[in-house]
Design a protein around this ligand. Structure first.
Ligand code: 1GP
Length: 254
């Protein structure tokens, strides 16, 4: 059963061709910074704010961050949890994600079972997502005990992405890891996009409009950036650069 955040995301993808998500790590930005960044990100045309980090252990920090974001923007807040502690009742939705290429069942179905009642109680909209870690994987790969898919083996990513679709998941996320030096390669994005019918999200190491445009030209329906938004002087200018480049690349694809 799909809800209103999913409908909103799908309609924005239809309208703009491809979309941008701003990811904020509650352990890296203060609630005040999160609220300022989100305000500027909304002006610049980001579609939603994602909140999460690989090492969150206290949900209170997620609560205060989400509340701060909610006070400054009307954009939906979608949780991107590393574990049950990544949940907050103040968000709109949660990527209900399974790390498909983890070597530990906890990250495939265990954490999901542990979190499910809380998600219901908090009335968070679950967005079923197949999460696939590639390349260096960075902290997400280590924490999630992933066996990251080598960038030179794009066909393996297709196998997982198709499996995600056949399991009924409604989004696929190809993740190179936050701060990755090597982004998900275009060939991998392209092969996965051509194989699946559900929206494809790409993230990890994307820093410029050029990087984001390249991912969309290869087939990404959504691009996530985290680190660059935290590092940049002018969030509005940087996100605007990313969003414009994403829309341009999507328009060329049509
Ligand atoms: C991490 O894909 C996201 O989960 C974003 O990565 O921090 O490198 O933008 P960056």
């Amino acid at each position: 059963m799909s809800g209103k955040i999913e409908a909103y995301l799908l309609s924005k993808i239809k309208l703009d061709g491809a979309i941008h998500f701003s990811l904020l790590d509650p352990e890296e930005v203060s609630p005040h910074e999160a609220s300022e960044i989100s305000r500027e990100a909304e002006k610049a045309g980001t579609t939603a704010i994602m909140v999460g980090g690989s090492t969150v252990t206290d949900s209170k920090i997620v609560d205060v961050t989400v509340k701060a974001i909610k006070s400054s923007t009307k954009l939906p807040v979608i949780l991107f949890p590393n574990d049950v502690a990544g949940l907050s009742r103040y968000a709109d939705a949660v990527w209900f994600m399974s790390l498909l290429n983890s070597s530990d069942p906890y990250f495939i179905t265990g954490a999901q079972a542990a979190a499910s009642k809380l998600i219901k109680q908090y009335t968070l909209e679950p967005l079923p997502l197949g999460y696939i870690i590639t390349g260096s994987g960075e902290a997400a790969g280590l924490v999630g005990k992933a066996k990251p898919i080598p960038h030179e083996k794009p066909g393996l990513a297709v196998n997982y992405a198709l499996a995600a679709q056949y399991l009924g998941m409604r989004f696929v996320y190809l993740e190179a890891g936050s701060g990755a030096k090597e982004k998900v390669p275009s060939e991998m994005i392209n092969l996965v996009k051509n194989a699946i019918e559900i929206p494809l999200i790409v993230g990890g190491g994307i820093k410029t409009g050029g990087d984001a445009g390249q991912a969309v030209a290869a087939g990404a329906d959504a691009v996530v950036t985290g680190t660059i938004v935290e590092e940049t002087e002018s969030v509005e200018n940087k996100i605007s650069e990313l969003v414009q480049s994403i829309r341009k690349a999507a328009a060329k694809r049509k």
